[in-house]
Design a protein around this ligand. Structure first.
Ligand SMILES: [Zn+2]
Ligand SMILES: [Zn+2]
Length: 333
């Protein structure tokens, strides 16, 4: 405690703390607890100063309450002199220079809130394939250099529209300081409309998607001719393909899932999960020839999800994800 009665701490947080909503998280905690000060990203991670009665609890909260995509490796605390006449807690512009020592977060699968948004006809981002928020979407893929801020990402050439800028600046919004934030008015667009992509897939075509993490080749997993064509183009003779389905309900028609596999499949990492085959939906024989196991995955990005949404006839809301859908895609890199 200082002679004025105000305690001020400088806190350094190391780990995966950029691009995961860490500054908004610190801002929200500080504001909710009546603290003043500032937070910023720099080459070593996140640095903040807090002042007020609850300041002492902040370092502990960094580990206990960290946002879902963060990984806190170290929290370093040092007392500093209190600042007079500081009225608020602010997020400062990042410092540049020095060598980057911070870990950037991995790309994360689309979150439930964003899934709901792209399936809601009245939402601004209805059917928008590049929807993201602080808790989901690309990180590593779009970052050219650190610190992780929009000008250092491939989103730099998409200036925010007024509506997106409001979300970016609103501490109560889940897109507060979300760097890859975009919408149909200001963000990237598909070169082909969703309906023609899905029509091509239905006709047995192979589609190249430039998605998170590079190009993917996609085809209808129930169409033998399409899968065989993809196999010959990729020069992949017998190696099994993994299959993407709309939801857990759809996955359960193809494979038997244990509780652990369930959790894995729906986690933000959206892995391919190898599970025991069931075949309630008839896949093309050449997807995984002669194997008792099948690699399944759920939509990783809104673009993938919207392929299923389009194939399902653009249902409103997310109720359609509770029922199995007779659509499965081979998705390969
Ligand atoms: Zn999201
Ligand atoms: Zn916008």
């Amino acid at each position: 405690m200082s002679p004025t009665g105000a305690s001020r701490l400088r806190v350094r947080v190391r780990g995966v703390v950029q691009g995961v909503g860490f500054r908004p998280f610190v801002h929200q905690l500080a504001t909710a607890n009546g603290l003043t000060g500032w937070v910023r990203n720099d080459e070593q991670g996140v640095l903040f100063e807090v002042q007020g009665a609850a300041a002492e609890a902040m370092p502990r909260w960094m580990r206990e309450r960290a946002p879902p995509l963060a990984r806190v490796d170290a929290v370093e605390v040092e007392p500093v002199s209190p600042v007079e006449a500081e009225a608020r807690f602010v997020i400062e512009a990042s410092e540049k220079g020095g060598r980057a020592q911070v870990a950037i977060g991995p790309d994360a699968g689309v979150c439930q809130a964003c899934i709901e948004e792209v399936c809601t006809p009245t939402a601004r981002r209805f059917r928008y394939p590049f929807t993201t928020c602080t808790h989901c979407g690309p990180r590593h893929t779009i970052t050219h250099s650190l610190p992780y801020d929009r000008p250092q990402t491939s989103m730099a050439r998409f200036p925010l529209c007024a509506a997106c800028a409001r979300e970016y600046d609103d501490p109560s919004d889940r897109r507060f300081h979300a760097q890859p934030l975009a919408c149909p008015a200001c963000g990237p667009r598909l070169s082909q409309p969703l309906e023609s992509i899905v029509a091509t897939l239905r006709e047995g075509g192979v589609v190249a998607l430039k998605g998170v993490g590079g190009f993917q080749l996609v085809c209808d997993a129930t169409n033998e001719a399409a899968v065989a064509r993809l196999r010959s183009r990729k020069q992949r003779d017998g190696k099994p393909f993994a299959v993407m389905v709309s939801s857990l309900a759809s996955a359960r028609r193809l494979v038997t899932l244990t509780e652990v596999e369930d959790t894995l499949l729906t986690s933000w990492r959206r892995p391919i999960v190898l599970a025991r085959r069931r075949e309630a939906l008839a896949l093309a024989p050449s997807v995984a020839p002669g194997l008792a196991w099948l690699g399944v995955m759920l939509p990783t990005s809104p673009l993938h999800l919207l392929l299923f949404h389009e194939a399902a006839g653009r249902p409103a809301g997310v109720g359609w994800l509770e029922a199995p859908l007779d659509v499965a895609f081979v998705v390969t890199w």
